[in-house]
Design a protein around this ligand. Structure first.
Ligand code: MD3
Ligand code: FE
Length: 206
């Protein structure tokens, strides 16, 4: 069941997409709120289990943050430098409730920053305890070429450019879909003064 925004305007492999749902002033408000989050919980580059640094820089807010190192992918309750993660800004939590229609709050809002050349390989999100909760993604800044397939590796995929203000909800059959970001169009948006793309992903963790 969706919330107050009703039907999505694009469906992509079972993912619901609301193009342009977050308007310009609301995007600026989110970026302003995220500045405080990043000041309290600085961006870092996670390493994969195999020791390779990811090209995307990350941080989190909420009860949990997503983390990866030689021990693998997992949610942790403190920033790698120590200390609790900052709260998820109200304007971002409000969007979660409005789009998902859920009373349950998200436990984690992962903040991914894609600078020039950054990408994210195809993967599944399966570190959460209950896949019946949807995942909500908000794109801010430069355009990103998003790709989504099915729940098996190596199957057919579909691609879509995500622009600033676009919102995606992954639920039901799409919750375990393989997905990734092939590339960004660096400098295509003026929302972030240094360029780049921010993706917020809100999740219920446990
Ligand atoms: C499809 N982030 O952080 S968001 C991630 O744009 C991640 O930064 C990408 O994949 C990004 O894990 C894609 C869209 C997204 C998020 C979660 C999903 C798509 C999803 C979960 C299941 C299926
Ligand atoms: Fe993902």
């Amino acid at each position: 069941m969706n919330g107050v925004f009703g039907k999505p305007n694009v469906m992509l492999g079972g993912a619901s997409v609301w193009k342009g749902l977050v308007d310009g002033p609301a995007q600026v408000a989110m970026i302003d709120a995220l500045r405080d989050v990043v000041a309290a919980a600085p961006l870092f580059r996670p390493r994969t289990r195999w020791g390779k640094e990811m090209s995307v820089r990350m941080t989190s807010c909420g009860r949990y943050g997503w983390y990866s190192d030689a021990r693998g992918y997992r949610y942790v309750d403190t920033h790698p430098a120590g200390g609790a993660w900052p709260d998820i800004p109200d304007c971002i939590v409000a969007l979660w409730h409005q789009v998902t229609g859920l009373e349950r709050r998200p436990d984690c809002c992962l903040i991914n920053l894609y600078s020039e050349g950054a990408r994210m390989g195809l993967h599944q999100d399966r570190d959460e305890a209950d896949f019946s909760f949807p995942v909500l993604s908000v794109s801010l800044g430069d355009d990103g070429l998003f790709r989504i397939g099915g729940d098996k590796k190596g199957g057919a995929t579909q691609s879509l450019w995500l622009a600033s203000g676009d919102v995606l909800m992954l639920g039901g059959a799409s919750r375990l879909a393989y997905h990734g970001v092939d590339r960004i169009r660096f400098g295509s948006s003026s929302l972030l003064s240094g360029g780049g793309r921010i993706n917020l992903t809100m999740r219920v963790v446990d």
